[in-house]
Design a protein around this ligand. Structure first.
Ligand code: SAM
Length: 439
């Protein structure tokens, strides 16, 4: 174990990653530096996700390993943060009994607990870390290697209460961050080399609704973030079909720097299943929304999420999901097998009656259809020129970037720098990525 070192272990969504980066940034400004292996670290930071049982199982097995590390070296500090902890006051108390080797329980998107611990621990941290203020958004260690793309949370929590979803129970009610704080953070990120910002919220389109009349809504926030000097590209996620406004669509269509890309989970293709999920729209409405986006923003990328094996989902209802996906022709589908989560409406009132092997069969059916659809959709892009932002340089020198509509591209024989926007010509197209050369 090395003094003043930390190790970050993180799973889950972009919001979790953003929370974890903040906590890591606080540790770094208090003098800790990152190490590759948990066994070498003095401070173990675990950022957790519980959206499905599978994620929770990963945490439990990680905790076993961490417990061993702590037993071997009791002067280590273990901090558990994120959705496994939850936002409710006292949530840590119950966990403390089960996991006595954990020193700190940090709720999602709330680093005050960590700030107080650092302030009490190190005199120097007190100068750097105000428990009630905004923590630094990006760890030095990351921006030193140059982080081109960063997530910026703008709506914390969620108040929608879909029948299956644990997030509102763990991340608390919806609250928007003030636009000034978001913009200050965007400027800070740009100053540290970030060129693409992804604004985050569970229903990001609802940004500002809780801030009262006169407060900027998402379209205005997007325009302002896109105007921050140094920022080349802005995206936002996740959208809910009911909250995408015509103004938002016009803003994306007409603002340079705003990428033509939407992540709009549909979750099911059957109206009966959507109603049981409490999603608040029909498959037909979703289809109309997507048709409208495609018409107004030619070339728009549309990514969606789908749950298979929701309680009571029949074979015919599942086929409606397959059919809807054919009609929507999305650019990506993240398929999840339904997993009952504690205290959610579906776990309390609906039997988890689709067998595991049947859920798996449905997942595979969606994924193989997706692969086939994407191969066909991408084939005409062979030989075409794309514009990408270089986000990463791969070990062999290949550049990695994304097109405006969100396609992944690997570029051979390219010496563009990180953060450059370059034009490249596709030499190969597959379902999930392209290979290209400089145009
Ligand atoms: N707020 C977004 C939305 O409107 O759905 C995304 C939140 S969630 C972190 C990401 C995805 O996890 C969801 O879109 C859903 O497909 C999936 N998910 C959530 N709860 C689930 C559950 N109980 N079982 C399986 N998948 C689930």
């Amino acid at each position: 174990m090395k003094a003043n070192t930390y190790h970050l272990w993180t799973i889950g969504c972009q919001m979790n990653e953003a929370d974890a980066w903040r906590a890591a940034a606080m540790l770094e400004s208090a003098g800790y530096r990152p190490v590759e292996h948990a066994r070498d670290a003095q401070f173990l930071l675990l950022s957790t996700c519980v959206v499905r049982q599978q994620a929770e199982d990963k945490i439990l097995s990680r905790l076993k390993y961490v417990e061993e590390l702590k037993r071997a070296e009791p002067s280590r500090t273990v901090a558990l943060m994120g959705c496994f902890v939850g936002f409710r006051p006292g949530a840590g108390d119950e966990l403390r009994e089960r996991y006595p080797f954990v020193d700190l329980f940090v709720p999602p998107s709330a680093t005050g607990e960590l700030a107080r611990w650092l302030a009490a621990r190190t005199g120097s941290a007190e100068e750097n870390t105000d428990p009630d203020g905004e923590p630094p958004p990006l760890p030095e260690s990351l921006s030193g290697g140059r982080t081109v793309r960063a997530n910026l949370p703008v709506v914390l929590g969620c108040s929608h209460a879909c029948a299956y979803c644990i997030i509102p129970h763990r991340r608390g009610p919806e609250r928007s961050r003030p636009a000034d704080a978001v913009l200050a953070e965007a400027r800070g990120l740009a100053g540290r080399g970030v060129r693409e910002i992804v604004l985050l919220g569970q229903i990001v389109d609802r940004y500002g609704l809780d801030l009262g009349p006169g407060a900027p809504r998402l379209p205005e926030l997007l325009r302002r973030v896109a105007g921050v000097p140094g920022i080349r590209r802005v995206r936002f996620l996740t959208s809910h079909p009911n909250w995408i406004t015509p103004e938002l669509v016009e803003t994306v269509a007409g603002t340079p720097g705003l990428m033509p890309y939407f992540e709009i989970p549909v979750q099911a293709g059957s109206d009966a299943v959507l109603a049981a999920m409490r999603r608040g729209y029909t498959a037909g409405r979703y289809e109309e929304l997507v048709a409208g986006l495609r018409e107004r923003i030619p070339g728009v990328g549309i990514s969606t999420d789908l749950i298979v094996g929701f309680p009571g989902e029949t074979e015919a209802q599942f086929t409606e999901s397959l059919d809807l996906m054919r009609r929507i022709d999305p650019d990506m589908i993240r398929v999840a097998k339904y997993s009952p989560r504690p205290n959610t409406l579906s776990a309390r009132t609906m039997p988890d009656d689709v067998l595991p092997e049947e859920k798996e069969r449905r997942r595979v059916a969606i994924e193989s259809q997706l692969r086939e659809m994407l191969e066909a959709k991408h084939a005409p892009r062979l030989g075409r020129t794309e514009e990408i932002l270089v986000e990463r340089i791969e070990p062999g020198g290949r550049r990695y970037g994304r097109t405006p509509d969100g396609k992944t591209v690997f570029v051979d024989a390219c010496n563009a720098a990180l953060g450059d926007v370059v034009r490249v010509k596709n030499t190969w197209t597959g379902a999930f990525s392209f290979i290209a050369e400089p145009a």
